[in-house]
Ligand binder design. Sequence first.
Ligand SMILES: Cc1ncc(COP(=O)(O)O)c(C=O)c1O
Length: 389
Amino acid sequence: MLKVPFSRVKCEGNELKYVTEVLESGWLTTAQKACEFEKVFADKVGAVYACCVNSCTAALHLGIEALHVKPGDRVFVPDMTFTATAEVVRYLNAHPVFLDVEYGSSLITPDILEDAIRRYPDVKYLILVHFGGQPCEMIKKDGKGIVDICERNGIKILEDAAHAFPAKVGNQMVGSFGDITCFSFYANKTITTGEGGMLVTDDEDIYKRVKIMRLHGINRDVWDRFTSNKPSWEYNVVAPGYKYNMPDVNAAIGLAQMEQADAFRDAREKWALKYYEYLGDMEMIDLPQCKVPPNNHAWHLFPVILNEKSKILRNEFIEKLSELGIGTSVHYKPMHRLSYYQDTYNLSPEDFPVSEKIWKGTVTLPLYPSMTDEEFMYVVTSIRNVLTA
Ligand SMILES: Cc1ncc(COP(=O)(O)O)c(C=O)c1O
């Protein structure tokens, strides 16, 4: 029996070389490699400023703080996301207003947003998730894209692009529009630093605030303190900041991964398109709705949904695949089903019919650059056998 894990990370580029350089330099925390990583990343996504941190959660926290969200403010958040997207709102004692998503893509669409604005006209912040690596409809020629709607309604956007590097809207990279965009380099993401994240923005004030809050609210970087002519002990604290900086060891891995990012994306796309080809005729599975040209998608996840025509339920499907040595995952248990949010905001499944329907059937299939033909064929054959037995 073949074993196909849900995710497999390969560090076969310059990862070891660059990490060795860091280890030999005698300086392991945030320094030159982190600066280089920020520069390369900003250039790649077409942003003016980039700030690397130790997780995407940290980036989202710094981002929402820099947008001046205050206690009691309300923030639109998709119901179908990872808990990090919503928890950062609570860090500031603000409140998420959860929005149901689109079936098949799990995205917030312009229509969903327009409807939400009608129902909650006081909400002035939106956290968007480019779910699975597929960008939301940010810009549309008719002026009805999410960016246009937000501009018209005075809503600030924080993009949670944890899944979406590298991805594009038209010819524009995710990260090059919106107020702030945050990326994740967690181990199973499209590129990794082990743990890590990046915040990008074109706004100088946001960048300055984020840089200070990333390191205790200190008005000088550690690296600057040890390289400039001013005495290293001399610094001021201008706010009670956080400890979110990315060490150079991780940035070194990130730099090597950046060199492979396009090749990784292309390989993910190849497997994703093959899933459409090999599973497209199975009436009991709804495949993810791809609404953008395939090469604009980051293809982080391939979440399928078992529909009412399936003879078995999602959990049994997962168990059967697991018995066959195939790893899967579920993205996600929606926010309205997590007890903290359910109890704090009195949420019920009837308020989220679409994410509820997705959740009941959703299973994410293995998808990573190092998948082999043999592994891929084993996965699709096993799925067929399990669902038609
Ligand atoms: C949509 C989304 N946002 C945020 C995060 C948090 O990322 P990190 O683990 O880098 O903090 C994740 C992690 O999986 C995620 O899926």
